[in-house]
Design a protein around this ligand. Structure first.
Ligand SMILES: [Mg+2]
Length: 244
């Protein structure tokens, strides 16, 4: 029986192409601290520290600590010096990135439906970002934390793995106190959202055009695997849950 629903955020609840958003985000951030760190150097170290987070597999520190251990020494500033500047960046500049994203009209009714059914609702976004960056995007998607009491919002402060590892999903299950079969993961990224969640037995719904062919190589251990329960746009998913 379904007890918990896990929603990816970018290109699932919120239209947000990472190919557009991430370069704009990094550019805004490098500009904001250019008086302290040369942009090229900052970009190099941001990418290196992001790779360190991506390698975090649940056995190490939080993603934030994995990032910090590499990043601050590499750019030559104390963490205590830069963190308040980054906090100001998220308050003053990050909100301007909203124009790169598109609210999806089905996001709010879907989240409302999940709460009305008494499900635990998780925002399962790849935890490479601080909580404020996730909360702001949830607001842009019209499903803000001020209105919805999510069981869990995965951000880099609290998680010990990224979506590159099944440990990310195991950590969510442990926090919810749920078995894989009691959950449904909804997301657009085949490898991160679908293959990784399914690999530990979580049923999955793939946000993709209905005609798109799954790039299925990771989907082979049928005994352990979660089921692909559906595929379609967010509007298709909304239609699907309304019929149930
Ligand atoms: Mg996504």
């Amino acid at each position: 029986m379904l007890k918990a629903i896990l929603f990816d955020l970018d290109n699932t609840l919120l239209g947000n192409s990472m190919e557009t958003f991430v370069p704009a985000y990094f550019q805004a951030l490098t500009r904001y601290v250019a008086h302290l760190i040369p942009p090229d150097r900052l970009l190099t170290e941001l990418l290196r520290a992001t790779r360190a987070m991506e390698a975090n597999d649940g056995n190490g520190p939080t993603n934030e600590e994995a990032f910090a251990a590499l990043f601050y020494p590499a750019v030559g500033y104390e963490r205590a010096t830069l963190e308040p500047i980054f906090e100001r960046f998220y308050a003053e500049e990050f909100p301007k990135l909203r124009s790169l994203t598109q609210a999806r009209p089905e996001a709010r009714p879907l989240v409302e439906w999940a709460f009305e059914r008494g499900l635990q609702v998780v925002i399962a976004t790849n935890p490479l970002f601080p909580r404020t960056a996730v909360e702001q995007r949830l607001e842009w998607a019209d499903v803000p934390v001020t209105e919805f009491d999510y069981a869990l919002v995965t951000s880099y402060e609290i998680m010990h793995a990224t979506k590159a590892h099944p440990a990310y999903y195991r950590e969510i299950l442990a926090r919810l106190g749920r078995e894989p079969r009691e959950c449904l993961m909804v997301g657009d990224d085949w490898e991160h959202d679908i293959a990784q969640a399914a690999s530990i037995g979580i049923p999955v719904y793939w946000i993709a055009d209905p005609g798109e062919t799954p790039p299925s190589p990771s989907f082979h251990r049928e005994d352990e695997m979660g089921t692909l329960v559906g595929q379609g746009t967010l509007a298709d998913l909304w239609g699907w849950v309304k019929r149930r």
